[in-house]
Design a protein around this ligand. Structure first.
Ligand code: MLC
Ligand code: AMP
Length: 494
């Protein structure tokens, strides 16, 4: 089957699709701009044939124009984190063999040297937009559409490739499960290089014909002002955001808090995901706003897999049931399917929602597929029909404020510090971040280290959210008989 324009944007020309500050853009305007951008990208050719086009643009009309423009012209969209360090961008661009990069203004300036060194053409959105729309290719749904970088148990992030079909499956299951409609209005303040922002909010919103309010960052005063005004009826965030909202409530007067909480109370849906929502937070949010958070479970490679019901009991500490079209099965350490409740096992997933491949890395792709099941590395148990996430099989993956971080990647950077002889990074339970990056450091003879100095040293070498929140200087890291650092032993030192 072929799709003419993906994902589907309503032909309802006057309906507002996007709101950016004071500016409002109708579906008609957005559609026309995307067609002009796609035409400009094609520059006379009939199809981009999966050319990788990266973009470095915060949430905005331009972001949507570029993402959909690349899709409509037959390219692979590579949205990048605008907060990345140069060495991280170098890896993404090289790994994906990006040929063109779209960025505006100061973002473009920050990329000039890197793009020149990698021979990548650097263009602004205006450089590409054609005067008028031309013919666009018909795209088969099996073709690659998007590459998102995700950290894993390896040193460098891998490019997760989804097809048009994958993305449609990821969107449509959520449209049905969470009863999206054209009347929905949702704020989008999450970063737009991850599926939570891209699929669950932006793409579902645009597919449903809803209105998406775009924020370049999580701006609490601006967003809560709109919540008080009753602008939104759906709200989706990572647990850290609900924690930060509650912390904000503690810093403002009670009358103001009451108004904001009333705004939340009037919404039809508040969702939490990307990391575990502690039961304490679930209860606090219900007490403050009356909203029973709907917690769901997902992953870059699968979109959303498991969700508490929209209608029905949303159980604290649980992620609910498999979404329609998603097959979920727990497996034990011998790869045997677990058929009884209360026995923990690894979550494995099948379905149209599952990604195609890690870009240019067939070995990594094969490693994570067993008998057609994608192995998530997350461990869960089923209790009374509800899935409950118990943790991850790897200690080298950390979830901080919804970001998935690789301990090995952070260790790799820290090891380039001249005073560091050995280092082990773990995630330590934290009320705000879920897990806080903590580095255990063995110093070279005679060296000393203050936390603030290390933090400044890390600046520019890694995205700021990866920088350790704490360090512990140790004489020697605990190791097993094979000489491998025993990370669980480090946890006990905290
Ligand atoms: C920001 N900081 C973080 C951080 N975010 N530190 C650790 N972990 C994080 N996640 C640090 C900054 O480095 C800075 O440090 C300070 O906090 C203030 O930065 P900020 O940018 O002003 O913070 P804020 O806007 O409050 O950001 C918090 C946040 C953000 C929660 C809004 O982290 C965020 O958007 N997280 C969501 C990520 C996401 O979308 N994940 C979904 C992945 S998809 P300093 O020291 O310089 O002050 C997925 C699948 C699924 O997981 O199931 O959805
Ligand atoms: P990412 O690769 O950034 O998409 O992160 C996916 C990971 O986030 C999953 O493998 C889980 O470890 C974690 N995750 C997502 N949702 C939840 C949730 N509701 N509870 C616990 N962990 C979650």
């Amino acid at each position: 089957m072929a799709v003419e324009s993906f994902p589907h944007l309503r032909d309802d020309n006057d309906k507002i699709a996007l709101v950016e500050g004071e500016l409002r853009y109708s579906y008609g305007d957005v559609n026309a701009r995307i067609d002009r951008f796609a035409t400009g990208l094609l520059a006379g050719s009939s199809d981009l044939q999966e050319e990788r086009i990266a973009f470095f643009i915060p949430a905005s009309l331009d972001y949507v124009t570029v993402m959909h423009g690349v899709w409509r012209a037959g390219g692979i969209a590579v949205p990048l984190n605008v907060a990345s360090a140069v060495s991280e961008l170098d890896h993404y661009l090289t790994c994906a063999s990006v040929t063109r990069m779209i960025a505006n203004g100061e973002y473009q300036e920050s990329l000039r040297d890197l793009c020149a060194s990698l021979n990548i053409e650097l263009l602004s959105v205006d450089d590409v937009l054609a005067e008028s729309a031309g013919d666009l290719p018909i795209i088969d749904e099996s073709r690659r559409a998007m590459m998102l970088f995700t950290s894993g148990t390896t040193n460098k992030p891998k490019g997760v490739v989804s097809t048009h079909k994958t993305i449609v499956a990821q969107i449509t299951t959520l449209i049905d499960a969470w009863e999206w409609t054209a009347d929905d209005v949702i704020p989008l303040f999450l970063p737009l290089h991850h599926i939570h922002g891209i699929i669950n909010i932006l793409s579902c919103g645009l597919w449903a014909g809803a209105t998406v309010h775009l924020f370049a960052k999580f701006d609490i005063p601006k967003i809560t002002k709109e919540v008080t005004a009753g602008t939104y009826n759906v709200f989706m965030a990572v647990p850290t955001i609900y924690v930060k909202l509650i912390q904000y409530f503690e810093s403002i007067d009670a009358a103001e808090v009451a108004k904001i909480c009333d705004g939340f109370k009037d919404m039809r849906l508040n969702i939490s995901g990307s990391a575990a929502c502690p039961v304490k937070l679930f209860n606090q949010w219900r007490e403050l706003t009356g909203q029973v958070l709907l917690e769901r479970y997902g992953m870059t490679e699968i979109g959303m897999g498991i969700s508490n019901p929209y209608n029905g009991e949303r159980r604290a500490g649980c992620v609910g049931h498999p979404l329609p079209g998603v097959e979920v099965q727990l497996f034990d350490e011998y790869d045997q399917a677990i058929t009884e409740e209360a026995i923990p096992g690894e979550i494995r997933i099948k379905g149209g929602n599952v990604f195609l491949e890690y870009w240019d890395n067939p070995t990594a792709t094969e490693e994570l597929y067993k008998d057609g099941w994608f192995c998530t590395g997350d461990v869960a148990v089923v209790e009374d029909g509800y899935y409950r996430i118990m943790g991850r099989s790897s200690v080298d993956i950390i979830k901080s404020g919804g970001y998935k971080l690789s301990a090995l990647e952070i260790e790799g950077v820290l090891l380039t510090h001249e005073d560091i002889a050995e280092v082990a990074v773990i995630g330590v339970e934290d009320d705000t971040w879920g897990e806080a990056v903590t580095a255990f450091i063995g110093l070279r003879d005679g060296a000393s280290m203050e936390y603030e100095d290390l933090k400044s040293w890390c600046d520019g070498k890694m995205s700021s959210y990866k920088i350790p929140k704490a360090i512990k200087i140790v004489d020697a890291l605990p190791r097993n008989a094979m000489g491998k650092v025993t990370k669980p032993a480090l946890r006990e030192l905290v």
